[in-house]
Unconditional design. Structure first.
Length: 319
């Protein structure tokens, strides 16, 4: 039986035919410089271009390069989950395929891990290549998330980090279907250390994160780390209730003072609208969480593997 390598590098790829070869080459050469045993676990997240063929070839040429092909596009977080399940290393590094996460940084990560840290997470300096709108929305989002939840995910956080085997095992035991690693890793604790790096522009191809995908990641993050939206519904409801009460008092006072009070259509409508909108709002928020509960209860797998290449034996299916 093969012994566990010292380092596993996990990379999710979705239609990255333009960067795949360069990625494999540069990660390999960095790992050779670092020294020690390693494996490269590539996860093709339902790619429809030549990515799979290129990676398969890379895996054929070097037994340390392994490939997991998912049956369709499951999203980056699920692809990461697959990669971490397959990875056997005593430390597991996750990074993007587009070389926005420079392989150079791996050296410092591994040095810190060998020095005893169990989580080395990265903080991006600058935002190479990202447009202003993406920067703005991403900064805003992390600010809101920090406020609403008790986890401290810094702006510029990405899925570029090193985890010790102990942390990987711990995350592997989590049952939630919607994963948001940036939050989970922060949540689990252990000895963590931030590492600054300058992001480089995407090597080739376009961003695989459409706005739809970003929104869905934001939703995962908010709903899995905060109950505040649920409370917000209550707050909004109470506010509306207060408004209506104040209005009722106002009318009663006018009436008591002998003023003429029109049995008004407008006031009725106001009350109706206030109540209507609060109820809808609250139902919406509750609905979001119920939807989540439904998803979790179904316990469908987070990803499905179509084929894998280069592994001695696939990991045990985790729930
Ligand atoms: N990715 C993935 N599945 C997806 C979307 C993205 O595996 O559905 C991968 C992608 O190939 C890349 C990483 O996730 O390795 C980050 O994506 P990208 O660089 O496109 O995002 P950005 O840097 O623009 O936020
Ligand atoms: Mg990128």
């Amino acid at each position: 039986m093969e012994t566990a390598p010292e380092i596993s590098v996990v990379v999710p790829l979705y239609n990255e035919e333009k960067t795949a070869e360069e990625l494999v080459a540069s990660v390999k050469s960095t790992l050779e410089e670092i020294g020690g045993t390693w494996e490269l676990v590539l996860v093709s997240d339902g790619s429809t271009d030549r990515t799979d063929a290129l990676l398969q070839e890379a895996s054929r040429l070097d037994t340390r390069v392994k490939l997991v092909v998912l049956s369709r596009n499951f999203g980056q977080q699920a692809a990461l989950c697959a990669g971490m399940d397959y990875a056997r290393g005593r430390s597991v590094i996750t990074m993007d395929a587009d070389l926005q996460h420079p392989p150079e940084v791996l050296k410092e990560m591994v040095r810190l891990w060998r020095g005893g840290y169990e989580v080395v997470f990265t903080v991006r300096k600058g935002a190479a290549g990202a447009g202003w709108l993406k920067r703005l929305t991403s900064n805003l989002f992390y600010r809101v998330l920090r406020r609403l939840s008790r986890i401290d995910v810094r702006a510029g956080a990405a899925d570029f980090r090193l985890l010790d085997r102990a942390v990987v095992e711990c995350l592997g035991g989590f049952h939630e279907r919607h994963l948001f690693y940036r939050g989970l890793v922060n949540w689990v604790g252990f000895r963590q250390i931030p590492l600054e790096y300058a992001a480089t522009p995407r090597f080739a191809g376009k961003s695989k994160y459409t706005y739809k995908k970003m929104l869905s990641l934001a939703e995962d993050a908010l709903l899995s780390f905060s109950e505040l939206p649920l409370k917000l519904a209550i707050v909004a409801g109470s506010l509306a209730m207060l408004l209506v009460l104040a209005y009722a008092v106002h009318i009663t006072v006018l009436f008591a003072l002998g003023e003429h009070v029109e049995p008004g259509w407008t006031s009725l409508m106001c009350v109706l609208l206030i109540f209507g909108s609060t109820i809808l709002l609250s139902l919406g928020v509750i609905g979001l969480y119920i939807g989540r509960i439904y998803e979790e209860v179904k316990r469908r797998p987070r990803y499905i593997v179509r084929r894998d290449f280069g592994f001695e034996r696939p990991p045990e299916v985790r729930d």
